[in-house]
Design a protein around this ligand. Structure first.
Ligand SMILES: NC(=O)c1ccc[n+]([C@@H]2O[C@H](COP(=O)([O-])OP(=O)(O)OC[C@H]3O[C@@H](n4cnc5c(N)ncnc54)[C@H](OP(=O)(O)O)[C@@H]3O)[C@@H](O)[C@H]2O)c1
Length: 237
């Protein structure tokens, strides 16, 4: 496999770069000489992350709360104002609320989580596809989860909204991969269960493992598209 190993000068948008997997990924790409725009929802956390990331490389913080339907368009606008092309769109930001079943979740959670876990990713791809087409071997990575595979839906019913949004993100990945085939590579990543705020303290892996898996999926041959990966190992949607 001809892996991509040189990220120097690449222009990368990472959503949810203020902590967790997005933050760890930003550290790796900045250290490799990439330019990174990283979003966060909380100003204080983003400032804190930005202070550290800016010591590593060319990092630009951008406030975005994807619960606000206007946010994806504002992010796309800000990216376009800074860059005339984009090499990587890393759709990483998401929310997970742990509830044991649909009854416990109530009716509203699906409505609200679809915004941050599916609609924002879709709109960012839609609005940034023309900048990506001007990039060099451009790629999109949608960060999904092992909790959203077809197999897991057949056997587990806790946190149903989160599972369903991630399952749908797999579908979104396939559809955009077909739409952009030959122009932009589109893949989904399972970063593994990690000790982030989302993953919780009992997870077996570290946040940095997620950064490493993001690096691996971004290093795959550009011809790989429309697939689901755990790092650089292909898995089933
Ligand atoms: N950790 C795991 O075990 C695990 C397993 C499988 C998949 N994943 C996936 O990996 C990705 C990253 O997860 P993580 O563990 O790094 O999560 P995390 O530590 O909770 O970080 C989430 C990031 O997303 C941002 N974010 C959250 N809600 C947002 C919203 N409504 N609008 C805009 N930004 C928002 C946060 O910004 P603020 O800091 O401003 O809130 C933060 O930067 C997610 O897609 C998640 O589903 C994680």
């Amino acid at each position: 496999m001809a892996l991509m190993t040189d990220f120097k000068g690449k222009k990368i948008l990472i959503t949810g770069a203020s902590r967790g997997i997005g933050f760890e990924s930003a550290k790796l790409f900045l250290a490799a000489g990439a330019h990174v725009i990283g979003t966060g929802r909380d100003q204080e956390r983003l400032d804190h992350a930005s202070a550290e990331l800016s010591t590593i490389g060319d990092f630009h913080p951008l406030i975005a709360d994807f619960d606000d339907p206007a946010a994806p368009a504002l992010v796309a606008q800000a990216v376009e104002a800074r860059w005339d092309s984009l090499d990587f769109l890393l759709n990483n930001a998401a929310v997970q609320t742990y509830k044991s079943d649909w009854e416990d979740e109530g009716l509203d959670l699906l409505q609200s989580q679809l915004r941050c876990n599916l609609f924002a990713q879709h709109e960012l791809i839609f609005r940034l596809q023309h900048l990506l087409r001007k990039g060099s071997e451009p790629r999109i990575v949608n960060v999904s989860s092992g909790a959203g595979t077809l197999e897991s839906l057949k056997t587990s019913s806790d946190m149903p909204t989160y599972r369903l949004t991630k399952y749908a993100l797999g579908g979104l990945t396939l559809l955009w991969a077909e739409t952009l085939r030959g122009r932009v590579a589109v893949n989904a990543l399972d970063p593994g269960w990690l000790k982030t705020d989302l993953g919780g303290p009992h997870a077996p892996g570290e946040p940095a493992d997620g950064g490493q898996r993001m690096w691996e999926i971004c290093s795959l041959p550009w011809s790989e598209s429309g697939k689901f990966w755990y790092g650089n190992q292909e898995i089933d949607f």
